[in-house]
Ligand binder design. Sequence first.
Ligand SMILES: C[S@@+](CC[C@H](N)C(=O)[O-])C[C@H]1O[C@@H](n2cnc3c(N)ncnc32)[C@H](O)[C@@H]1O
Length: 353
Amino acid sequence: MKAQSLVHALRDTAYLDGIDVGAYLDLVREQHPQLYAELDFGRDGAQQALASLAQVFNEFETDDRDNGRGDSYRRAQQNIAVRMTGIRRLFELAGGVQDVRDLPPTWRILDLLAGDGLLTRALRVLAPQVRDGVISSDIARTMVTAALAAGLPAIRQDARFLFIRSTTMDAVILAYGSHHVPSDDRTTVFQEAARVLRPGGRFVVHDFEEGSPSARWFSEAVHRHSAAGHPYRHFTAEELRRGLGAAGLRGIRVHRVYDPFIMRAATREDAAGQLADYMHDMYGLCGLDRGDATRETVRARVWHLCEECFCFGPHDGGADHTDTWPRHPAVYRVGGQWVAEIPRIALVGVGEK
Ligand SMILES: C[S@@+](CC[C@H](N)C(=O)[O-])C[C@H]1O[C@@H](n2cnc3c(N)ncnc32)[C@H](O)[C@@H]1O
């Protein structure tokens, strides 16, 4: 079937809640014409990919089911400042620039695990010249619906099969959840990312190193205390290098990037307490609410877990700014403000097409 007629045939296929493919295409044509020009629902395999999407309901949809944390996750992400340090560095690596403010205004980047568009909202603050350059892409209906409702260019698709034309993107980011892609499917995702990159474009893969304190948080805290658990394998540096190479990318580098959680507030108690709330909501740590725990008790439990997991040795990481970051969660004063900081080091691979 020709691509055009395939798209026509797919128009009635369910896509987002109450929105079929045709309604989605009409909305994007009207509100995000550049994204519309980059879409390709006529690719071979699109029909099957849409049928598979219809079966997906993951832990990031809602809090309503026994295994969900979607609503609380989105609530936490309303604060775009907490993870800004690491996000800024990812954009710089993706753009090949020293400073995010040097990114060109026409920059196009696809965020493959976008949630409800945190990275898009962050880039609007970090580099306002790149207006709506980030396309938010996610497999979860509610995440994509929330991004579209906020006026962001967004698409629902599995990172393993993209409804995006080849050689259209300056950069692709797979971040803050790459471990959710099963090990056997990671090469497919890397190859899809490479396909949509234009020559010279960069693919950035962010995750956490197997066996590191950053990965320990997921096995010791999230797996034990969230409703869905967290039975996912993280990455090794070698796996990142191999995957990027298998996708045909070159100039491959693996970085250790400082990627902390930081909360600022007027008092010590507020800074630490609000950061504990953020961690509780983002990771759905409902197991810590057991008994008739007060808000203060839950906050203390979250903070204690963070202290147990995010504990780095003097030589850990080789990350950016190695000399300045705290080796364990800390609350300190800067000027008139209190800062709560939970250190974390991400493993980040970059390859160029
Ligand atoms: C931890 S969230 C990250 C969201 C956002 N980037 C952030 O930093 O807050 C991971 C996201 O990846 C999405 N996801 C998981 N597997 C996916 C896949 N195979 N394709 C596309 N999205 C996927 C989930 O639905 C979820 O929204």
